[in-house]
Design a protein around this ligand. Sequence first.
Ligand code: 2P0
Length: 334
Amino acid sequence: MYKGKARAYTNIALIKYWGKKDEALILPMNNSLSLTLDAFYTETSITFAEDFAEDRFFLDGIEQSAAATKKISAFLDMIRSEADCPLYASIDSRNFVPTAAGLASSASGLAALAGACNEALNMQLSVEELSRLARKGSGSACRSIYGGFAEWQQGTDDTSYALQVASDDWENDLSMIFILINDQEKEVSSRDGMRRTVETSSFYDGWLTAAAKDLVTIKQAIADKDFAALGAVTEANALKMHGTTLAAQPPFTYWSPESLRAMDCVRHIRQQGLPCYFTMDAGPNVKVLCQKRDEQAILDALQANFTPEQLVLAHAGSGLTALPLENDVPKMSK
Ligand code: 2P0
């Protein structure tokens, strides 16, 4: 029996990953850049054992469906082959989220699973190798290997992984406030949404051109520690990503009326002189990027429009961490 445990924090892309050039390998159409956050994380333990007859996957203590387990098994098959381990596994994954707001993240989940396997099977992977492995489970997971800012470089199967973006710890001056809009299951999953957009959106070429330019702009903003430039390009990039969905066939959007209200609110607060900028992912929640020194004033302003339960404050989080095991179970020997 081999056992390992790891924790990974979720990340929010400031320059979005939106579209795959290879669905099976999870290779993206564009580079993306994210900030890892401390508010949401996943802890996963995995046990590989001789007497297991199949893989079993428990999320927050509840055994998951055959379909969900199959996805995890496909990921584990790749690891079993790389680590030369034929054993089935039991996975116990716990999502730590402040409310039941539908924010469980495949990024933290797959990064934590990659980390737990690395521990259990004593794979001794470098951070780049861990990032590459996590990518094959879920694209955005490759960025959660790192704390702070990370850039996922498109690459090929061997070279597509994230790297740390040096920032001289500037991320510790930043905050992100989540405005939780609803916890409904989304109508179009990010996987389906990306595919439909790549295949049918007449705005997609424009997205690719813009994302490449936005990446250059944001890296300069990080190097200069220029918050206004960072925020402006973050907000503009999210709007461009969401623009592509309106030109897809059939068209769709992740925005709800409440999302629009939140975006207006952020613009209004900014016009009042408090620098803050929004971003959105494949769902209706709005995330507000600001500087730590302004976070309380911005929270106060948001509280005029949203309930305290809807607002969750986050700061920069750390990278993938191996966790000690509860009892003394050996790792696989190298
Ligand atoms: C991102 N999103 O960069 C973008 C922005 C959603 C919008 O990465 O298919 O769960 O597993 O690679 O990583 C969400 O997609 O998708 C995502 P898969 P993933 O954060």
